[in-house]
Design a protein. Sequence first.
Length: 428
Amino acid sequence: MDILDRKTAPAPGAFTAVKYINPESHQLRNGVPVYFLEGGTQEVTRFHFIFEAGLRHSDKTFLPAATNQMLAEGTKKYSGVELAEQIDFYGSSRQAWIDHDWSGVGLTGLSKHSADVLPFIAEILNSATFPEKELSLLLNRNRQSLLINNMKVDYVCRGLFFSTLFGKNHPYGAILEEKNLNIIDRGLLLNYYNTNYKNGAMTVIVSGKPGSDTLFLLEENFGSSAFHAPSIQQNILPAPVSSTQKNIFIEKPDAVQSAIMIGRRLFTKTHPDYFPMLILNTVFGGYFGSRLMTNIREDKGYTYGIHSSIQSHLSEGYFRISTKVGVDVCKPALVEIYKELDRMKEEPIGGEELNLVRNYLYGSFLQSLDGPFGSAESFAGLLGFGLTYDYFDKYLETLQTVTPELLMELAQKYWNPEDFYEVVVGKM
């Protein structure tokens, strides 16, 4: 009998062609685009109702988030409890989410009950009332959370980092303060809701195994409402105003750990260097086997975890290194982080290490497209930037062809210490 060798990893296979679930596009009579991504074996359907109502759409820091959180707290016909009970009765679940650029409402449930539950989503999106009692509870909960979070070094560090990068008056850099909560009232929520939801730009993505009548149900429940198709470009943001101070230290005398964030503004996912920078970042600090983890966690034992990332909002992007370390090793940890950055600029990545990262990223990419729900999430990420599946093909091509020499050149170009902002909160 052959004995399985568990000590030697199998040789990685070649990349194979990826089959995407191509969306079938339709349009409701009010112009709202609808995309169907059908697949899977279970008779389950997920609806995503996506709006141009993210944090960037108001100069009142907490208003978009409060509106999104309050959508299902009551409508003209139903209380929040009644809505939750009705949706739960049919074995469905409702989700609400918001980021800097978009917000949305999700609904997941058995396909055979779509006709029963979609009217409740239509009620939420057309007739939300934002009851005073529930709003007061929401604001009080957030005041308590803010008090607690402001005692956490990583929370304070994160807020300072982004306000330093983008400016505290920019939507990508705003820091939540109690004064932002105190100005919120029901009238503000209703105005924001009427503009950005009830009369807002909406996109619908349907995934799973919808019934043959699903498009009719969407037309019936949403086609005559005041929603409209998304604009080519969302509201134009002012240019970020980065801080002139590159190194910021906030002392917390009682801290047992210090939070560290280092990084810079960068580009969005449409930039030609975005894909190779993703690969470079993964080698450096983007997965558990990265250089930062190997050095600062495994070798030095300074932290439980350290991570670097490249992120893209619609209008701006950034590179960030983040970790929490013991206060007694904060300075040595900073030294090691910059040492690893220098290595990326001075030494080409070895072939074995690069191949490991290639296969890790390829596997992660395949996982992101697993099933119709994962495919719908990935498709939504393309749609907001006006991209198609060709974008993924270019990513896979870059993943296979990028060279160590190019990655080193990009590290030299984008990872100069004089371009970085360093924020430390705790003790040094």
